[in-house]
Design a protein. Structure first.
Length: 449
């Protein structure tokens, strides 16, 4: 057995160990990732201290940027929820689409609201609206809920400024603005297939319980009057500020002279961290003013919303540590050697690697960040591939086949009050459609480019 083969066997064993520890023994993903990372490093020949150092460096590299993005995005999402801006966006689009096409409106709402926030945050923000619409229209919760989670999932996996997508953008040296543009072109039809179209087909085949305890608690909103909620225009503008600023920065690269002072300014405000910060600060005025929030209330909202991000950050950091151990132990180089020899398309390779890690760990974030680290050297050695499309292919692969080792699986199951088989038939299939369709549309776009 060659050295590269042995490394790949160890990596496969590490992935299997993660599946067993998380799915069978219910070990927390953070603890499992630390344990498997250190064991993998030492099995691959790294000194124990070197394995620990590699894991530590990987955690630091991942969280140095991601923690800021998560914090700012979560605060912005909280301001949207408490002010009524998210509900205003949703109800306005629903009025425009009409009741018969309300599931299409929900997908678009999720796509828009999900841009600055994590999947879990966007889900919690919008699920009360789904319950209310299902009750008022008599539609199946599956027909309305699957478009919601499909829209949120596509944005979470493919579009910056979401953390995993931003890490992939950095790894592939992609342009953020072009990644967002291409992500919209690929993401919208992907979300349509996995959301409204699939939901319309599957919903008659899923018999939901007559009573949903979670829905009974969340229907009807917070009790605040909607009369003084922010308007649709200002709500939309606030949530889209980060995207607008990052797109302006990318456009400036093409239109402005490299020595132009305006280019420096646009690059600064188009930085994802600065763009999110500006959107958050603007939301304190644009969204808080309509509700007459006091400074103390805004501070309380910002403090309260950060607590749920702690486990998210821990798992993201541990995924970065696992990635660094794989890279420093030589697994990335071994896979790169084999892949380059096989002459496989980097787009397809990125999708396969991300999909395998997704199935193994249950985390789309871990799958995308790890796959990007592995495939990036191959992309460098294979000229002609657009790095922005590599981000999309990796993101699509990271969303495939969510099952019992994914926290999102249980989130959907419990909120929708479905059985495990029903969740597999709905959520798991929808995620797999996203992964396959996302790759297909990405390959089509690569042909057009």
């Amino acid at each position: 057995m060659t050295g590269d083969t042995r490394l790949l066997v160890f990596a496969f064993a590490a992935v299997v160990a993660l599946i067993v520890l998380i799915a069978r023994f219910k070990l927390h993903p953070f603890v499992a990732l630390i344990s498997v990372s250190l064991a993998m490093g030492m099995a691959a020949g790294m000194a124990p201290a070197a394995a620990v150092k590699a894991f530590q460096d990987g955690v630091g590299n991942a969280l140095g940027f991601i923690a800021i993005v998560v914090g700012l995005g979560t605060m912005l999402g909280k301001m949207m929820a408490e002010s009524g801006a998210a509900a205003r966006i949703a109800t306005t689009l629903i009025d425009l689409f009409g009741e018969r096409r309300v599931h299409w409106a929900i997908m678009i709402v999720a796509f828009i609201v999900g841009i600055p926030v994590f999947f879990q945050v966007g889900f919690v923000l919008l699920i009360p609206l789904v319950f209310t619409i299902a009750r008022q229209t008599g539609m199946s919760l599956v027909k309305i809920g699957i478009p919601l989670v499909a829209g949120l999932s596509v944005v979470h996996g493919m579009l910056p400024p979401h953390p995993a997508a931003m890490l992939a953008v950095t790894a592939y040296n992609a342009d953020v603005g072009r990644t967002i543009l291409f992500g919209l072109l690929v993401g919208l039809p992907t979300a349509a297939l996995a959301g409204p179209i699939f939901a319309s087909w599957i919903s008659p085949r899923i018999v939901m319980p007559a009573i949903n305890p979670v829905a009974e608690q969340l229907e009807g909103g917070s009790g605040r009057s909607a009369d003084d909620a922010p308007g649709f225009g200002i709500s939309m503008f606030t949530v889209l500020i980060p995207v607008i600023l990052m797109l302006l920065a990318s456009a400036a690269d093409v239109t402005l002279d490299p020595a132009s002072p305006a280019l420096v300014v646009l690059h600064f405000i188009g930085n994802p961290i600065v763009a999110l910060l500006l959107a958050l600060l603007f939301s304190f005025w644009s969204l808080g003013r309509a509700r007459h929030f006091t400074r103390a209330e805004v501070m309380k909202y910002c403090n309260d919303c950060l607590a749920p991000t702690a486990p998210i950050l821990l798992v993201i950091g541990a995924g970065g540590g696992f990635n660094q151990v794989l890279v420093q132990s030589g697994v990335g180089r071994a896979i790169a050697t084999i892949a380059i020899g096989s002459h496989a398309s980097p787009l397809i390779l990125a999708w396969i690697v991300a999909a395998l890690i997704r199935v193994a760990t249950g985390s789309a974030t871990v799958a995308m960040t790890t796959a990007a680290g592995i495939v990036a050297p191959i992309a460098i050695a294979t000229p002609g591939t657009h790095p922005e499309l590599l981000v999309l292919a990796t993101g699509a692969g990271s969303l495939v086949l969510s099952h019992v080792n994914d926290a999102g699986f249980w989130l959907i199951k419990e909120f929708f009050n479905m059985t495990v088989p029903q969740t597999l038939k709905t959520w798991t299939v929808a995620e797999t459609i996203i992964g396959v369709a996302g790759l297909g549309f990405t390959l089509l776009l690569s042909l057009a480019l």
